[in-house]
Design a binder for this molecule. Sequence first.
Ligand code: 5RP
Length: 222
Amino acid sequence: MELKKQVGYEAAKLVKDGDIVGLGTGSTTLHFIERLGERVKEEELDIMGVPTSYQSFFLARDLGIKITTLEENDVDLAVDGADEVDPDLNLIKGGGAAHTLEKIVDSSAARFVVVVDDSKLVDKLGKMPIPLEVMPAAYRVVSNRLRDMGGVPSIRMAERKDGPVITDNNNFLLEVAFKEIPDPKFLEKELNSIPGVIENGIFSGYVDEVLVGTQEGVKVLK
Ligand code: 5RP
């Protein structure tokens, strides 16, 4: 079985009847949500999902998973993907431009489980640039501040290259590369202290466990 599917299906086993489930975004959580939808039908599970994006909202809704919000319920278990995972279980997320709501939902969950294939494991964060959701009016001044911090920012363009990516919250997405990230927690706070930055894609200190899809089966990192 494809590794992303293997690990998504494994995570779907963690959901218990009555749970409020944070529904992550991306091609790995897609398998989690699909399998969860099957379990809801087969086992008549009484669960509700809190989506982290329009992608997960529409997917879950179409599969018959009841939807709720953080206004109404606390999340028991959140399952989400990641772009990079370091040995301390710090993450870079935002490959799908959904990291703002992902961080709100995932960090609020009683248990936050990450699902990745083994290509996402890194010794140190920073192989990919860090995504930052930025208010459109602020993107030039935020870019200047990022350069002052030693970063190399660029705006993420839509696939057709005819304009910038627009997030679910109607903002732009900057990506900033740093030569190294010695202290992810510090950088996460620093980036969020720039006026105009809504949220950055470093997730430090929120993860309870990581399920890793490998050719030898699913491994658990804690
Ligand atoms: C979206 C994310 C995704 O979870 C991350 O990009 C991983 O995606 P995939 O499972 O498709 O590799 O952070 O903002």
